[in-house]
Design a protein around this ligand. Structure first.
Ligand code: AMP
Length: 213
């Protein structure tokens, strides 16, 4: 299964990508995580991307398209993959097609802006394995530490409220047009994000099992 997860920041893409990845044994590829690792490692790409990330802007298309081209060429993607956070612009979606990649499903997560702001203010991410938690809705068993690897949980710099407002505007302007793009292709399903993670997971799995419209 070749899958794209669409949705505003904080809509639940990363959490659901984790669930789908475990259920179907296919890799979840997050361009955001790849870019954050490059920033942390001060690679040339990371250094070039840092200011975009910090300001909540999109990294230029040619950079992320290059990242995805390299990642999809790896052997673990042969049986399928989940793209979390790519494409985020129409030119990125077109580049994916030009690479000859056929997408089976696109799941769009819909969550109101107010709920997103509430979610992102409580979001914590593992500084080692990038697993995501929420203080209220999806807490780790031991506060401040990752259930999976024991890493320290931290607040993402771009979850700062001012940056979140910018990211939501960027989503509306540059990413939301992809809803129409994939709807026209007949492969889009919409999931309305619920307060409880497990409820959203159930809806996501149902959307994967039903026919595309
Ligand atoms: P995310 O973790 O998906 O919310 O991504 C965090 C940040 O990484 C975004 O705000 C962008 O600066 C950058 N980023 C991730 N994916 C993309 C993409 N497909 N196109 C451009 N920038 C991206």
């Amino acid at each position: 299964m070749r899958l794209i997860l669409l949705g505003a920041p904080g809509a639940g893409k990363g959490t659901q990508a984790d669930n789908i990845c475990r259920r179907f044994s296919i890799p979840a590829i997050s361009t955001g995580n790849i870019i954050r690792e490059a920033v942390a490692g001060s690679t040339p790409m990371g250094l070039a991307a840092k200011s975009y990330l910090d300001e909540g802007k999109l990294v230029p298309d040619h950079v992320v398209i290059g990242i995805i081209r390299d990642r999809l060429a790896q052997s673990d993607c042969e049986k399928g993959f989940i793209l979390d956070g790519f494409p985020r612009t129409v030119p990125q979606a077109e580049a994916l097609e030009e690479m000859g990649v056929t997408i089976d499903r696109v799941i769009a997560f819909h969550v109101e802006d107010e709920a997103i702001i509430r979610r992102l203010s409580g979001r914590r991410v593992c500084s080692d394995c990038a697993a995501t938690y929420h203080l209220e809705y999806n807490p780790s068993k031991l506060e401040g530490y990752c259930d999976r690897c024991g890493g320290e949980l931290v607040i993402r710099k771009d979850d700062d409220p001012a940056v979140v407002t910018r990211r939501l505007a960027v989503y509306q302007e540059q990413t939301a047009p992809l809803l129409g793009y994939y709807s026209e292709k007949g492969i889009l399903r919409t999931v309305v994000g619920q307060e409880k993670v497990e409820d959203t997971t159930a809806l996501t799995m149902a959307a994967l099992e039903t026919e595309t419209v």
